[in-house]
Design a protein. Structure first.
Ligand code: ZN
Length: 185
């Protein structure tokens, strides 16, 4: 599965931001967003090594909450709501394509303007990535983990598009539970 190389990256970042910065459940346990350095480290990982301040992490947490609703709307079968949310984010975060060349890289496409904050830029980029997915008829590639006690999100980049879990950990939990259920019968 390859939507467009940069779109693929920002969709993966959207998934990681949602999973790092929204409360809920993860792999069978409650998940509470950590604070301070631990939260900054989680964001740094989601942003592929980019350092952030606590204020930027606060702003990104708001962005993550908006991004989560795109995944939950798709999972609930409400693609219209997901599309409307993406459109609102594209507008609010001033998403606009622009070719940039910096740090010795060749010309490449940025999905945000030149004067946004770090959180606005990532919000514009993640929203554009999700717009590419939904606009390409691939909304069913966006999902929320179907394992019990887990609501982490994922993007399904498998060839056949049958992914249902956030991780192999959750897949194995569900498999083990099914095995136990058969064993007690
Ligand atoms: Zn899961």
């Amino acid at each position: 599965m390859n939507f467009n190389s940069h779109a693929d990256v920002v969709v993966a970042v959207a998934v990681d931001l949602v999973n790092a910065l929204t409360d809920g459940a993860r792999r069978g346990c409650p998940y509470v967003v950590p604070a301070g350095e631990e939260r900054r480290a989680a964001v740094r990982e989601a942003l592929r090594g980019r350092e952030v301040t606590d204020t930027e992490a606060d702003e990104l947490a708001e962005v993550a909450a908006e991004l989560r609703t795109v995944f939950t709307s798709v999972a609930a079968g409400d693609v219209d709501a997901a599309a409307e949310r993406v459109n609102r984010m594209l507008r609010d975060y001033a998403a606009r394509p622009r070719l940039a060349r910096h740090d010795g890289e060749p010309w490449h496409l940025h999905f945000h303007g030149e004067d946004g904050t770090l959180a606005q830029d990532w919000a514009a980029s993640c929203a554009t990535g999700l717009a590419v997915v939904i606009g390409g008829g691939q909304h069913n590639r966006l999902g929320v983990c179907t394992a019990p006690v887990c609501d982490r999100v994922y993007v399904d980049v498998s060839r056949n598009g049958t992914r249902r879990f956030c991780s192999t950990a959750c897949q194995n939990r569900v498999k083990a539970a099914a095995f136990r259920a058969r064993a007690v019968r």
